[in-house]
Design a binder for this molecule. Structure first.
Ligand SMILES: [Zn+2]
Length: 189
């Protein structure tokens, strides 16, 4: 975290300096066992309903990204709407890739993703809201289309994160569903 005091109005000074946001070190996959009190995720959601949810989420994000302040951080320690959306766009691609690996390979190791590092490397903060909305929609529809093709046998296939944690397509899909749900709550949608 930076040590800069807020200005007299309690708002972030108008500056283009890239401020650091505290990296999120929590293992969010734990919500599969514990649920998430913050957004109401239970961990036993029906995965066959997720494709429709994923598709519909693109509409919600399109609305969010037309807000006049979509690129503004309301709090210096929180992402702006466009930063959350860029993260979700990349998460959608990541979960689609992970799903494809599990379905096509035998017990694969799934690629890691450091969302905070990617946010800085890809300069989420200065991405164009309209472009992010389009790309998020494309990513959502592609992921939803892949999930809609998963067969009963494929839902039970397994892959492993690099730390050894096992995922089935079912648990991976619930994990991805939580990401979408939680981040829509983060932006108040
Ligand atoms: Zn949550």
């Amino acid at each position: 975290m930076n040590e800069t005091e807020p200005d007299a109005q309690g708002t972030e000074p108008d500056t283009d300096v890239q401020r650091d946001i505290e990296p999120d070190t929590r293992d969010w996959a734990d919500v599969l066992e514990t649920g998430c009190a913050e957004c109401g995720f239970t961990g036993d959601e029906d995965v066959t309903a997720v494709p429709d949810y994923v598709s519909a989420s693109a509409d919600a994000w399109s609305e969010v990204l037309t807000r006049p302040n979509a690129s503004v951080r309301a709090r210096s320690d929180r992402w702006s709407d466009v930063e959350y959306a860029a993260h979700v766009r990349d998460i959608l691609d990541l979960f689609r890739e992970r799903t494809s690996l599990i379905v096509s390979q035998s017990a694969p190791t799934l690629p890691n993703f450091d969302g905070d590092a990617v946010a800085i490397a890809s300069d989420y903060r200065h991405q164009n809201p309209a472009e992010v909305a389009l790309d998020l929609r494309a990513a959502a529809l592609a992921y939803a289309a892949d999930l809609a093709q998963i067969t009963d046998e494929q839902w039970e296939r397994t892959g492993y994160r690099s730390d050894g944690r096992e995922f089935t397509v079912t648990s991976l899909t619930r994990y991805g569903f939580h990401e979408l749900r939680h981040h829509l709550q983060d932006v108040g949608a």
